[in-house]
Design a protein around this ligand. Sequence first.
Ligand code: HEM
Length: 527
Amino acid sequence: MTDKNRETMNKKSDQEDDMTLTNRQGHPVTNNQNIRTVGNRGPATLENYDFIEKISHFDRERIPERVVHARGAGAHGYFEAYGRAGDEPVSKYTRAKLFQEKGKRTPVFVRFSTVIHGGHSPETLRDPRGFAVKFYTEDGNWDLVGNNLKIFFIRDAIKFPDMIHAFKPDPVTNIQDSERFFDFCANSPESFHMVTLVYSPWGIPANYRQMQGSGVNTYKWVNSDGEAVLVKYHWEPKQGIKNLTQKEAEEIQAKNFNHATQDLYDAIERGDYPEWELFVQIMSDDEHPELDFDPLDDTKIWPKDQFPWLPVGRMVLNKNPEDYFNEVEQVTFGTGVLVDGLDFSDDKMLQGRTFSYSDTQRYRVGPNYLQLPINAPKKRVATNQAGGQMQYKVDRASGQNPHINYEPSILGGLKEAEQPGKEYTPKIEGNLVRESIDRNDNTKQAGETYRAFEDWEKDELITNLVNDISKCDPRIQEKMIALAEEADEEYGRRLREGIKNASKEGSSMHPLGNKGGEEAPEMAEEK
Ligand code: HEM
C-alpha cells in the first residue's frame, strides 16, 4: 500500500462515524470470525445465512476474462479539443461535437493492455499493446479501440479466431509456442509487416505512458453537409517513446511483472499526469487507385509525407480508478460505439470487430453491461430496452408514460430524435464475393520499416526472430526467410544467416519434437 493510500484510508476512517460491517441485506454482522456450528467443534448448519452469502459471493468473484487483452490497466482523464485539424477548422471534416470548440473538454476512461496472455501475465511480454479510449461525449459515448502499433497482422476478420488460437498457448501443452505463431504468420504473408514491428523493440514498449496509440482501422468523418472523408487516428505520447530490448525486458520481468501498471498508477498518484496528442490522417473517400495499397487495408501505414498528421486535441490522464474490478475489468469498449459526425469505413476488419466486441461483452459482463457506471454515458439514456440479468433500473425519460415501453405511440412514449445534420448515404454496389482486396503487396512496407530502424533495432529484430524461427519446422523457416528477402535484401540475408548459424549450433530443435504434417524439405542453401 502506498503512503498516500494509507493516508486517504486513515482520513476516511476519521470522517466516517459508522464503520459497522453488514451483509448485503444491510444486516449488521456480529461475528465475522466463526461460522455457526452445533457446539464449537461443528458440524455447521445450513441456515448460516451470513456465511453462505459471503462464501457464495466469493465463489463468483471472477467474470470470464477478455478472450484477448485480458491483462490491463486503466485511468480516467479528459480530452481537450483544438477546434482545428491542422490548419483547417475541424468542422471542414467532421461535425462531431467533441472536436469543434477549442479548449472543450470531454471526460475519458482509458484502458491499456497486452493481448495474448491471461489476466495476471507479465507486462514485459513481446506483444502489441491495447490502447482503448472511451470518450463520454455530450452526444453519448465514443470508443476509440486501438493498439500501440499502427497496423495489424491480418486484413480480414474471418482470420482473427485462427490467428489468436495460433498465438495463444498450445491447446495440449498450454505453453505458447513460436512454431505455431510462425506457422500462422508464414502462411498469412499479410502479417509480415506486423511481425517485423512486433519482433523489433517496438514489440515491447517500456511502459504504457511512453507508447503511441493508433486506431489502426480506417474510419470516416462526416461534416454538416453530409460529406465524408477517410480518417486514421494516432496518439503521440508527450512523455516520449521508449521501447525495451529483450534483455532489458527480462531483467524487469525477473523483479516485477506488473511494472507497466505500477508505472501508470504511480505517475498519476504523484501528479505526473501522462498526456498524449491526438492526430488524424485524412484521405478523400474513394478507392485511391493511385496508391500502391488500399486505404481500407489495416496491414498498411498511410505514409506521413503524403497524408500529414493533423493535430486535433490532447488527452490527459489524471485519476486512478477507485476500484480495479468495477472500472478496469468491467469496462467495455467497441468499435461500433460512435457519435454523430464519426462513421465506419468498409474496412473488413473493422466491420468484423464491430460485431465481436458487444457480442463478447454480453457474455463476459452480461446483457445489461451498458448500465454499469463505467460504461454508461454521462448523459440521459432513454430506451425501451428492458429486462435481462442484472437490470437494476429502467432507462425511462422523466416525462415518459411508464406503460408505454414501445415506439411509435401517441400515449406519452419516447420519440425518435431529429437527424442532427445532413445524413451521409454512401452508394454501395457490387457482387457478393469472398475475395481478398486487389492491392495486397505484403512486404514493401515491411522493407521500408526495416530500413527505417536504427542499427540496434535491426540487431534486436534479427536476434529475436532467429531465436524463435530457428526452432520452427524448416518449411516455416524457409517461408519466413522468403518474406524477409522480398521485403529487403539485407533483412533476408541476415535472417537466413542467423537461422543457419543457429541450426549449426544445434539450438534449432523444436522443444516439442516432430509434430507431424507434410514431410519437411531440406533447408534451402544460402543464396
Ligand atoms: C479486445 C475482437 C482486432 C484492439 C477485444 C476483444 C475481442 C476482440 C472479442 C475482447 C473485448 C472484451 O472482452 O471487452 C477482435 C476482433 C478483431 C480484433 C474480432 C479482428 C477482426 C483488433 C485490432 C485492434 C484491437 C485491429 C487494434 C486496433 C483491441 C483492444 C482490446 C480488444 C485495445 C481491449 C479493449 C479493452 O481494454 O477492454 N478484441 N479484435 N483489436 N481489441 Fe480487438
